[in-house]
Design a protein around this ligand. Structure first.
Ligand code: NAP
Length: 371
């Protein structure tokens, strides 16, 4: 009997052990699968060691009342921006792009976008301690800033606002009127001082891009990225040599305004115009001319059960070596962006959309591209 009891105990014990082993095995399998998915969903930024999700989120509108948000920033918009951040994290998008000038201190009532992003990261760490967020921010090449030290000073201020000990990607927001050599030296110093994992530029033309790449290469530092305006209706990087140079040198092209500030989502029409400064760019005439392209985007999307926003973002991702960073103001927009990942337009569709888009004259870009 005693034997029976002890053997019963043993069998209960061993049963539990089997369950535990099975549980451990399935946990391992699940975490291995999650790791694999994470690996697959990320790309290395240029020649750097930094890995980011194939799509990032732009945070320009967070806290801003100079271009976005109809010149007003309030509690409701703050909650929506936080929901955009949380919604992105929940869907596995962990790369965020901000800048020291977003939500600029120059405009009354605005909150700096870096400050907000830092706050959102801190709050989210409580719920998701294991999630690694990759933060990209930018140095404003203002004419009164000179030399390498100005880059380090601005970076340290950004790090302070973000509440972090370093940032993942530090970019020169635009080329300076002067002082560019010093700015590149400053980027290199930032890497060597462990303040950043990777460095990039933004709005750099092909010549400037090659020069920056060579200068950093001499110090053994890869230029990871060039952030430029690139979308189906703004394909200047394909025409001015920037995209080809990025591909040749192994520099990731980060695409800003990838949904043409909402114009490519199909939401804005000649009857439903955007408000604020966007109304001057996306005029009724422009939106009328855009309709045939938008209709085809919608048709293609239906075949994949995808929205126009997801199609135009997928079109960019399909170019290879391109990471789009659409701006999300709320959870719904972030959710829609996540649906741009995990599938691919066919090459025929990619070409067809490019050729249809070439019938629409592009909107005016950011003039700093030609500095
Ligand atoms: N380096 C540079 O010089 C530079 C310049 C510009 C931008 N950027 C970066 O690139 C990021 C993205 O560019 P962007 O924000 O100017 O333009 P965008 O990503 O092309 O458009 C974002 C806007 O589109 C609308 N939208 C977003 N999701 C939508 C959806 N699912 N359906 C309908 N409308 C939607 C939102 O405005 P509404 O809801 O109000 O329509 C949102 O603010 C910026 O946040 C910033 O990080 C960098």
């Amino acid at each position: 009997m005693a034997l029976n009891v002890s053997s019963a105990c043993f069998s209960v014990f061993s049963y539990k052990k089997v369950i535990r082993i099975r549980a451990v095995a399935s946990e391992d399998f699940a975490s291995a699968a999650a790791l694999k998915t994470e690996e697959e969903s990320k790309v290395k930024l240029g020649g750097s060691e930094l890995k980011v999700t194939k799509l990032g989120i732009g945070a320009w509108s967070w806290g801003d009342n100079s271009y976005w948000n109809n010149f007003e920033w309030d509690e409701r918009k703050l909650k929506a921006a936080k929901a955009a951040f949380d919604g992105s994290i929940d869907r596995g998008i962990t790369f965020f792009d901000t800048a020291e000038v977003y939500g600029s201190w120059l405009s009354l009532g605005a909150i700096n976008s870096e400050t907000l992003l830092g706050r959102f990261i801190k709050e989210s760490k409580v719920k998701n301690p294991g999630v690694e967020v990759a933060v990209a921010t930018k140095f404003a090449a203002l004419p009164w800033r000179f030399g390498r030290q100005s880059v380090l000073n601005a970076l340290k201020d950004s790090i302070g606002r973000l509440g972090l000990s370093s940032v993942d990607l530090y970019q020169l927001h635009w080329p300076g009127v002067w002082g560019n050599e010093g700015y590149i030296d400053g980027l290199g110093d930032a890497v060597e001082q462990g303040l950043v994992k990777a460095v990039g530029v933004s709005n750099y033309n092909e010549r400037r891009l090659r020069d920056a790449y060579e200068k950093l290469k001499k110090r053994g530092i890869p230029l990871a990225s060039n952030q430029v305006n690139y979308s189906l209706i703004y394909r200047a990087p394909e025409q001015n040599g920037v995209k080809a140079a990025c591909d040749e040198l192994g520099i990731t092209l980060i695409a800003y305004c990838p949904i043409a500030q909402g114009a490519l989502t199909g939401k804005y029409t000649p009857e439903n115009l955007p408000t604020g400064p966007r109304a001057k760019i996306y005029t009724p005439e422009f939106l009328t001319k855009l309709q045939p392209l938008l209709n085809r985007i919608k048709e293609i999307g239906k075949n994949y059960d995808k929205t126009p926003t997801q199609v135009v973002l997928n079109w960019l991702i399909a170019q290879e070596n391109v990471v789009p960073i659409p701006g999300a103001k709320n959870n719904e927009q972030a959710e829609e962006f996540a649906g741009a990942l995990g599938w691919r337009l066919s090459n025929e569709e990619v070409d067809e959309l490019r050729s249809l888009a070439s019938e629409t004259s592009p909107v005016i870009g950011f003039p700093v591209e030609s500095l």
